[in-house]
Design a protein around this ligand. Structure first.
Ligand code: GLN
Length: 521
């Protein structure tokens, strides 16, 4: 439906008016976090600086608002129950029967108020995942009802995002589903203050009037959210519909200044008027579900706009890349990105794609598993260590050039136990990476268990693959580059998690620059 984008757009507009805003997401599933979910289930797992494995909507919040989020910005039913049960075992409810109301709902409310209590924000936008009427959402809806009561009418409001379907055969927009979902909210004791209506056609006045009448909202609180060519148009659409004005007037807050969206508009202008065009092959194994690569795809949008270049992404299934097909598949792309991932499936295709990029001097960007594949390929074909591998896919390889990190060897539990979050990385002077970042010390986010095996460092260096990014505390290799190549960079971290509209990621920006240059020459 787009709750994440609407929340992020509202956040952006409030921020543009001078307010300090954060956004949090409540997910009604029982996993403690999405870290243990297959990307096919839930899309990408987004990682914050503090190492939380979170829902991909947090990526939208960071990209739109140019803020950092944390563990407190994503809460699941699993986390809520886990907290309550832990407290129960400690005896914190001694003598009481622990129940959904009030104990679970209290814990939900505590997590809503927590961000506000930090004193850092004027607004906390809380996005409730799922739909009104879902069994899983009930405790969250009840907590919202109570919170509205606790906070009072001028300190909170409820926005209901709803679909207005268009029936082509009848040529009509239908308000019935909205009437029903609002009725369900009313049964739960919640009167929505504002309706945001997702629609593929403009909402005529009679439809707005009907929605206002049946859903007990003021007509100017019926906000049209038209399908847009890019998600980055949505703040402008919401501005035109005066969503922020409605929010501020209901909360009796001053409108402050005119929203400052100048930089946003510059970005949109560049995005929509490219002067160059390139095609990048994104090689991964979850390509049937592009949400699995959400942050990478968005990073190309930001960095493409920065270069005034349209970036077409060719999503390539790594299992389809074979000795026979590689030329046909990769011969037509201008740059190759090997995506992150886990497990053995599709690995050989990724290794082959790295080889193709290296040998044919196609600009190459390997992220996490993508960097590991580049190292394996280099060891096999340049160092001639046949059967070199990562121990993730071949435990008995004679040449474990990528191996399990030392501290991972004793870990058995799967949830939240990877190397997670932001770590520092020192860049070698004169490297392409240092040039891109314009800095010698950076901090980037990680999510992995395996790493470059430093036993092979000297040998690999001798043959022309340079470890140009090193963790200053642990000496782990975080970036490799091949010198004799137009642009060949592999990063153990995930640069895509820090790209925002206002701060496109330097490695993506320079990857695109290199592709444009390479194509022209
Ligand atoms: N599977 C690899 C590891 O755990 C890479 C992880 C990733 O690409 N995020 O090290």
């Amino acid at each position: 439906m787009g709750k994440g984008i609407i929340s992020a757009s509202l956040g952006k507009l409030l921020q543009a008016k001078g307010y300090k805003v954060t956004i949090q997401k409540f997910d009604p599933y029982i996993n403690i976090d999405p870290g243990t979910l297959n990307p096919y289930e839930h899309g990408e797992c987004y990682v914050t600086d503090d190492g939380a494995e979170t829902d991909l909507d947090l990526g939208h919040y960071e990209r739109f608002l140019n803020i950092t989020t944390s563990q407190d910005n994503n809460i699941t039913t699993g986390r809520i129950y886990n907290n309550v049960i832990t407290k129960e075992r400690k005896g914190e409810y001694l003598g009481k029967t622990v129940q959904v109301v009030p104990h679970i709902t209290d814990e939900i409310k505590r997590n809503i108020y927590l961000l506000g209590e930090s004193g850092k924000y004027d607004f906390v936008i809380t996005e409730i995942g799922g739909c009104v009427g879902d069994i899983e959402s009930l405790p969250f809806i009840e907590a919202v009802r109570q919170a509205k009561w606790d906070l009072g009418p001028h300190n909170s409001l409820v926005i209901h995002l709803t679909l207005i379907p268009y029936l082509k055969a009848a040529g009509e927009l239908k308000t019935k589903p909205t009437q029903h979902s609002v009725k369900q909210l009313l049964e739960a004791g919640i009167q929505p203050d504002i309706l945001v209506c997702r629609t593929e056609k403009r909402l005529p006045d009679d439809i707005r009037k009907k929605l206002a009448l049946f859903c007990n909202v003021n007509i100017n609180s019926v906000i049209e959210a038209m399908d847009a060519p890019t998600i980055y148009d949505v703040p402008m659409l919401m501005r035109k519909e005066k969503l922020t004005e409605r929010v501020l007037s209901k909360l009796k807050l001053p409108a402050k200044s005119e929203p400052d969206l100048d930089q946003w508009k510059v970005f949109l202008g560049k995005l929509k008027n490219p002067t160059d065009e390139i095609t990048v092959g994104l090689v991964g194994k979850y390509v049937e579900l592009p949400d699995a690569y959400k942050s990478i795809i968005e990073s190309f949008v930001h960095a493409g706009a920065e270069n005034e270049c349209k970036v077409n992404l060719d999503l390539i299934h790594s299992e389809e890349v074979t000795d026979e097909s590689v030329e046909k598949i990769l011969g037509k792309v201008d740059g190759i990105l090997i995506a992150p991932g886990f497990g053995e499936r599709g690995i050989e295709g990724k290794i082959l794609a790295s080889k193709y990029a290296r040998e044919n001097k196609v600009p190459f960007f390997g992220i996490c598993l993508g960097m590991q594949c580049a190292v394996v390929e280099f060891a096999r074909n340049v160092l001639k260590l046949s059967d070199a591998a990562s121990t993730e896919f071949n435990e008995n390889t004679p040449y474990p050039v990528i191996d399990l990190m030392e501290e991972q060897k004793t870990i058995i539990d799967k949830g939240g136990t990877m190397r997670l979050g932001a770590y520092p990385c020192k860049l070698a002077k004169g490297s392409k990476s240092a040039m891109a970042y314009q800095s010698n010390l950076i901090e980037e986010r990680h999510r992995h268990r395996y790493e470059f095996n430093n036993k092979y460092l000297e040998e690999i260096k001798k043959h022309g693959m340079e470890p140009v990014g090193i963790n200053p505390e642990t000496q782990l290799v975080e970036i490799v580059e091949i010198k004799d190549h137009p642009w060949f960079i592999g990063t153990q971290f995930h640069p895509e998690l820090k790209s925002t509209v206002l701060n496109p990621h330097p490695l993506f920006v320079h990857f695109i620059k290199a592709i444009i240059k390479n194509k022209k020459s």
